[in-house]
Design a binder for this molecule. Sequence first.
Ligand code: ATP
Length: 359
Amino acid sequence: MFGLSKLFSRKSVHKQPIITALSLYRSAAFPIGIDEKLIASITDNVDKSITIAITLPFAASTEMGELESFVAEQIKRPVTIVATINVPATNKFKKIKHIVLIASGKGGVGKSTTAVNLAGALQQEGAKVGILDADIYGPSIPMLLGLVGAEPKSADNKQLLPFDANGIKAQSIGFLVPSDDATVWRGPMASNALNQLLTETDWGELDYLVVDMPPGTGDIQLTMSQKVPASGAVIVTTPQDLALADAQKGIAMFNKVNVPVVGLIENMSHFICGHCGEPNYVFGKDGAITLATRYGVPVLANIPLATDIREYSEQGQLIGKDNNSAISLIYQAAARVLASSLYYQQADHSSVEIVITDD
Ligand SMILES: Nc1ncnc2c1ncn2[C@@H]1O[C@H](COP(=O)(O)OP(=O)(O)OP(=O)(O)O)[C@@H](O)[C@H]1O
């Protein structure tokens, strides 16, 4: 991709230790380090520091500080890393590179809260992000993004314009369909509405479109998952046994429709004691990791039960993109691993045909 001789702007820099240091870096998002082909240039500065420009194929900007420290330690020189995100096109759906379904086996586990904050965190990691609220039973994305009362608009009477929530493009089934109607919906109706929102919204170019799915694992969710050209799914669960049993059904459902489950998120995993600062595992510990291990999927995050999360949501704000919050770091770490898994999996998961009847 890049001729190595072109990587170096000055002859004096020793290239191999830098390439080696980048390749030795390990984290959850970079399980095999930084490949040489991602290096765009290396500059040997007059003050003896090194500037490395890299092109990342997935959103992971906020990890560059850690990478800088690691490389600096290895080569014993100050390092600055300038990262550009360039997610490879998958040609799956228009100019959307990855569609990610956020699902839950049961209602009320915090799926929508997790979906919007993951979207915010992906944006914080340097990606172009959209969110599509497909939860026909209770579309809450307008509330979570401070868009209540907004009216969908079209510039050309053909395509709907997505709403702009601080740079995140948003669309909701709630803008188009009265939620009272959801009780009478069947799978094909819901998946048609979802497809309509996908195809008739002018999303432009997106690295990641996060889809907030309806909770549950019935025929509606199955048909919707089957019809969307998704790169992967994330299942949100809480630590209680019942929620975990439902999360397991979610994994089985996505396996049936050939959508890879890229991870579990355990929400309301614990709370941090206000007095001693220790985590308290009210609903039990290790349930999600046990389930994840059984199915060979990672746990992307253990998100605490935190007043801040609810308060941000109520104000239509995203804690996932707030730089000053410890909780935002958890969402951002999850977003990086999600983005990295989508890049590395590169699996072919074309939809299988499942016939749903009305009986
Ligand atoms: N980690 C958390 N800490 C504190 N409150 C949370 C957390 N996650 C979600 N909540 C709160 O729990 C409530 C339910 O969350 P949310 O609407 O995201 O759940 P859901 O799974 O999408 O629900 P539904 O199944 O109805 O769509 C909201 O009031 C939200 O603010």
